[in-house]
Each structure stands twice: as structure tokens, then as C-alpha cells.
Design a protein around this ligand. Sequence first.
Ligand code: F6P
Length: 319
Amino acid sequence: MRRIAVLTSGGDAPGMNAAIRAVVRKGLNAGLCIIGVRRGYAGLVADDMVGLDAGSVADIIHRGGTVLRTARSQEFMTDDGFNKALAALSARNIDGLVVIGGDGSFRGAQKLYEHGVLTVGIPGTIDNDIPAFEETIGFDTAVNTAVQAIDRIRDTATSHERTFIIEVMGRGAGHIALEAGLAAGAESIIVPEERLEWQEVCDRIKRGHLRGKLHTIIVVCEGAGKGFEVGDFVAGCTGFDTRVTVLGHVQRGGTPTARDRVIASKLGALAVDLLVAGQGGVVVGIKNGQAISLPINEALRSVPSFDRDAYKLAAILAQ
Ligand code: F6P
């Protein structure tokens, strides 16, 4: 193992830069030459790469986004694009590739592995939707960003005695909604994993008003319904003053939390160790607090999980 490359792919996530830094510095420490691929798989196809030394990752550990930039490449999915990517890796004598991204990015890493490239995936997505592991890089920051926003909304909600519907990201995974909703004391949390009738959401709001609540916070995962549709329904059935906030991409940016930086640092270092040991076709992640690795296919096959106990607890505590 002499030359390895690193790329970030799919939606960016706070902490990706800390992972890039860890791959570069741990790789240099192991005597490797490190290449950065710009714009994810699109950069592999276009042979858009740059050598990375220790200084090139200085001053990025605290920065959101990804200095390598990222993309969702359609061309890489085609046979032509894939072959161009393989050719670029081979022409540069790159033995191993670290892919920081989500499940779609790992499918690409698996395909490269099946064509002879040693690949290691690092889960970087705010959605936390890699069920084989406890936490993806970026999730903790996104949850904290959402909680800060909801706390601010709560101030104005109380002042005006309003109901607020707050739509958060997560695609088909309700983890951001659950953790942000529990941490911010939301009265109802609407997620794809649990059935909650919107009528029940309204009934809870009315019960809350009867016992003197000045406001209501409803958190909805984007994959379970549109915030504005929930807002129209709730306003119609309760008659209360209702507003909707879609948090959107604000959840994807910002300074990564200490936790995301620590996870990113450990996973980046483990990815390099695995490549040095000649292992590929694997993804690293945090399980039981430890950095571990699994075959990519096994990680992708894991059944989606959801913390139902925390979900029930959130409803009890918000009564
Ligand atoms: O996968 C991360 C994520 O932020 C999802 O939560 C969201 O649905 C999606 O990406 C948004 O994608 P885009 O940046 O392409 O709008």
C-alpha cells in the first residue's frame, strides 16, 4: 500500500473535514502518499485529483462542509463513467480509496472493490441512516443545530401563544426528528417509522391548551410529511394560530460538534489502518462506543433501526 485517495460523496455533513484530516495525517504517519479527489465520484471520473500534505488539511477540523467538495454523480453510475474512474485510479497507481459518504456512496465503493480497488467507507451523513452503526458523522451537529433553532422558535411561540410545525431533514429516517424533538420538548414527533395520526396530534394540542400550555411544538421528519401540509391540517382542526418552519439545509452546515470531530478522527484513522493491512470492501463505524469495521454488503443489508423507547418517552414527557 503506497498511494491512497480520499473523497467525500453525497450530501455534505459537518465533520467530514475532520475525517479528511484524519485520513491524511494518519496516512502520512504510516508512510503513505495521499491524494484528494475533488467532487466525489464525479472527480474520479474526471480525474480531478490533488496531492495532500499535512499542511493542506491544517485549519479544517472545525469547519463544516467538505474542503474536497462533494457531488452525487450520475456519470459514475454508467459503465462508461465507472470505467473512466477505474482508469484514473490505475493511471495514478492508487491502491486504496477512502469514501466518506452515505449508503449510495458505499454502493459505489463496493463496486470498485469488486473491480480490484481496496475501498473503505466512512459513514458521513446527517441522516444517521446506516443502521449497522450507532452514529454517522454529522448527525450530532445536525441535531444540535435543529435543537438550537427549535429553542428560538419556542421563544416566539410562547410570546404569541402559537403552534409551530418544524420540518427537519432525514429523508426516510426519523432520527434527527426524534432526537431534536426529544431534546427540545416537542409535543408531537412525526416520523416515517411510527404511525401517528395527525388527528391525534391535534387532540394533544387541544389537551395541552386545556391544561394551560402557551404553545405547541410539533417536529416532522421530511420523509413523513410536508411541514406545510401538517400545518394546514393542524390549523384547520384546532383553530389555533399556527406557523410552519422548514429548517432545510441550515442543518447541513456549521461548526461540527466535538463529538462529530472525535468520531471522524477515530474512523479516519481506522480506515487508514485497514488499508495498510490490505483490507478493503469494508465500512468503518461506531458500535458500542468502539470504532469497528464490517463488510460493506453486510452494513448495507442491516435492517433499519429506530429507538422506539425514546419515541414513546418523548410523548410521555411532553404531556
Ligand atoms: O442525505 C442528507 C440530506 O440532507 C437529506 O436529509 C435531505 O433529504 C437531502 O440530503 C437533501 O439533498 P440536497 O442537498 O440534494 O437537497
